[in-house]
Ligand binder design. Structure first.
Ligand code: NAD
Ligand code: TYD
Length: 353
């Protein structure tokens, strides 16, 4: 079959990447979608079993830090667009081991941009390098205000510093070499297929198994939560309509204190597991805080809403219920992860807290 476009999606076996791959494979049968992923602990091809046999889907096991492997990948396919999600993504891991974050998030991004420039040879019509980033590059807010596209960068964790560095490199390549590049910075995602090291799936799994639910510090930190399919829809819109050189903020307009969010989750879990209301809340355990823990993130996504008509789903509770239902009816997915190396990580991370 002749495909109209060939799109590279990096990190497509991960949480957000798998939702983006599914959306593009299903919505654009005339696009060839190439998912390139190293399959680290966070990459899981089980996330994509429903679309893996489609004729427009291709998987390439590739480490983006390996320059030769990236050059080979770009030699095999003639990419029209790149949606770059591959990254080390967990703040706690960036504190215990920052090196991988520098390699994958910074060097990996530069390897991809070099390969794109080499492949496109200054003929940029119809080409786009789309870099997926985070609101954490802007640092931490006090009780007032929101991050806009004009907020100054002030990253505080090795994770956010590595993402900020990659954003700077993308802007530098756009400015210096003319690479047609866009960036989006998104708030915390939740939904099906999220690796259970992150707050919401970790809490669902622990509540289900009657294990303590670790809340860092006093649980006062605030995050702006967005349903993952809303992020995938925003990525689709930005990929199709975004202007090279521009940045778009994506957020749920949905701020929650961690402790309030966990209490709501406990209530939903009590209902789903037929436990009397209040049972799961007893599992909440306040543990030692994360070093340098950012207090609050909040995103102003009005630019995206105005320019492209995007908006997030209105009900957080409905999104959480959908997420809980997915985890409860996909216990095999979770068990496969817990029985692997993740079990050891969990022990080392939480036993001393
Ligand atoms: P994830 O950890 O679930 O998935 C990351 C994927 O990248 C995995 O499939 C992994 O195998 C792959 N990967 C890691 N290192 C690689 C390498 N060297 N070469 C090739 N592939 C590699 O992450 P996620 O939560 O889906 O996040 C995806 C992107 O979105 C990241 O760039 C992250 O910074 C950004 N983001 C995430 C959130 C969030 O709340 N999760 C919010 C905003 C932005
Ligand atoms: P996380 O899901 O790791 O995302 P991020 O650090 O990128 O925002 O954490 C979300 C919030 O929940 C953050 O404030 C840290 C907190 N947290 C806990 O209280 N307990 C936990 O076990 C985890 C993983 C996170």
């Amino acid at each position: 079959m002749n495909f109209r476009k060939t799109i590279l999606i990096t990190g497509g076996a991960g949480f957000i990447g798998s939702h983006v791959v599914r959306r593009f494979v299903n919505n654009y049968p005339d696009y060839r979608i190439v998912n390139a992923d190293k399959l680290t602990y966070a990459g899981n091809l089980e996330n994509l079993t429903d679309i893996e046999k489609k004729g427009n889907y291709f998987f390439e096991k590739t480490d983006i830090v390996d320059k030769q492997a990236v050059v080979k990948l770009f030699g095999k396919f003639n990419f029209d667009g790149i949606i770059h999600l591959a990254a080390e993504s967990h703040v706690d891991r960036s504190i215990t081991g920052p090196d991988e974050f520098v390699f994958t998030n910074i060097i990996g991004t530069v390897n991809l941009m070099n390969a794109a420039l080499n492949s496109w040879q200054k003929v940029f019509v119809g080409k786009l390098f789309y870099h997926i980033s985070t609101d954490e590059v802007y640092g931490s807010l006090g009780s007032e205000g929101m991050f806009t596209e004009k907020s100054a960068y002030d990253p505080k964790s090795p994770y956010s510093a590595s993402k900020a560095s990659s954003d700077h490199m993308v802007r530098a390549y756009n400015h210096t070499f003319g690479l047609p590049a866009v960036i989006s910075n998104c708030s915390n995602n939740y939904g099906p297929n999220q690796f259970p090291e992150k707050l919401i799936p970790l809490a669902i799994n622990n509540i289900k198994n009657n294990k303590p639910v670790p809340v860092y510090g006093k649980g006062e930190n605030i995050r702006d939560w967005l349903y993952v399919e809303d992020h995938a829809a925003a990525i689709d819109l930005i990929f199709q309509n975004g202007k090279a050189g521009e940045t778009y903020n994506i957020g749920g307009n949905n701020e929650w204190k961690n402790i309030d969010l966990i209490r709501l989750l406990c209530k939903i879990m009590d209902k789903r597991l037929n436990r009397s209301i209040g049972t799961s809340e007893k599992l909440i355990t306040f543990v030692k805080d994360r070093p340098g823990h950012d207090l609050r993130y909040a995103i102003d996504s009005s630019k995206l809403q105005k320019e492209m008509g995007w908006s997030p789903i209105p009900s957080f509770e409905a999104g959480l219920e959908k997420t809980v239902d997915w985890y409860l009816s996909n216990s095999g997915w979770l068990e496969n992860i817990i029985s692997g190396d993740y079990g050891k990580y969990y022990e080392s991370m939480y036993s001393g807290r």
